[in-house]
Design a protein around this ligand. Structure first.
Ligand code: ZN
Length: 277
């Protein structure tokens, strides 16, 4: 009898896990991969309004799928493997709880690149320029608008060859620098770049490292960015669809050749674009 009971419990648990994993694979959600630079999807439950979710003080994106709310948490590339990161959830004045997300081991490699020396050993002028641009870009990356998200799925913004993947530890001219925060797609200069999904243009600029860059806000801290462009075809405040041309591939900023650097941001951190395609 005990054995039968145990079996029934096992089946119930297995069915529940099956149901959760089938929901986690819903078309609207990115791939669940809780590694540094990855995404953790948390099932929050049935609520009439969107729960308020935060990670390290930053608001986290939520989405309603089949009456159920989910949090889609971006884990920073700097997150330590094996550490439990707390995700705080507040539903209203009465209900609040926390989840612990364990950061799993990642499988990123290393990449050696040769670029113009001015982009590695920065002059005082370039250092000051970069620092002021970084302050501005960090503020843009922290954008959180209340717009509801219907789907986290993105389209490839350009046709081309994948020339570098997300997460590579990068060695520029023999010197280690930050890991790669996006996906590189090599294509000839002038190739059309499309928005990966509908949204609002919140930033365009010509930056020391990123070159000509466009940032799109898809709502709830979910942003995409497009760097090293040769031409920008949109302005701040433009509303774009997934078919809108936003610019053309180029080689502006710190590059080894013409390509699109495609980035995805969640709750202010860069995450692997592959999980959304
Ligand atoms: Zn890149």
């Amino acid at each position: 009898m005990v054995r039968i009971k145990r079996c029934i419990q096992c089946v119930v648990i297995a069915v529940a896990l099956c149901l959760i994993s089938s929901v986690l694979e819903a078309n609207e959600l990115p791939t669940h991969k809780p590694i540094a630079g990855g995404v953790s999807i948390l099932e929050l439950g049935l609520y009439s309004d969107a729960p308020n979710v935060s990670y390290q003080g930053d608001r986290v994106a939520t989405i309603k799928v089949s009456d159920d709310w989910f949090a889609v948490v971006g884990i920073p590339l700097s997150a330590e493997v094996g550490v439990d990161v707390p995700i705080k959830v507040k539903v209203d004045d009465w209900i609040s709880f926390s989840y612990l997300v364990r950061v799993l081991e990642n499988d990123y490699g290393e990449e050696k690149l040769e670029v113009a020396s001015k982009h590695v050993a920065l002059s005082q002028t370039n250092l000051e320029r970069h620092q002021s641009e970084k302050t501005h870009i960090d503020a843009v990356r922290g954008t959180f608008t209340q717009k509801k998200i219907d789907s986290f799925k993105l389209r490839m913004p350009v046709e081309g060859r994948l020339s570098s993947t997300f997460g590579f530890r990068r060695i520029y001219n023999g010197e280690p620098r930050s890991p790669h925060s996006g996906m590189d797609i090599a294509a000839p200069t002038g190739t059309v770049v499309l928005a990966a999904s509908s949204g609002l243009i919140i930033d365009v600029g010509d930056y020391f490292f990123s070159g000509k860059m466009v940032t799109i806000d898809h709502g709830s801290g979910f942003l995409t960015l497009y760097a090293h462009l040769s031409e920008i075809d949109v302005s701040v405040g433009d509303v774009v669809s997934h078919e809108s041309q936003i610019g053309r591939v180029g080689a502006s900023g710190r590059v080894t050749g013409p390509h699109l650097h495609f980035g995805v941001i969640l709750n202010g951190v860069s995450v692997n674009p592959n999980l959304f395609l």
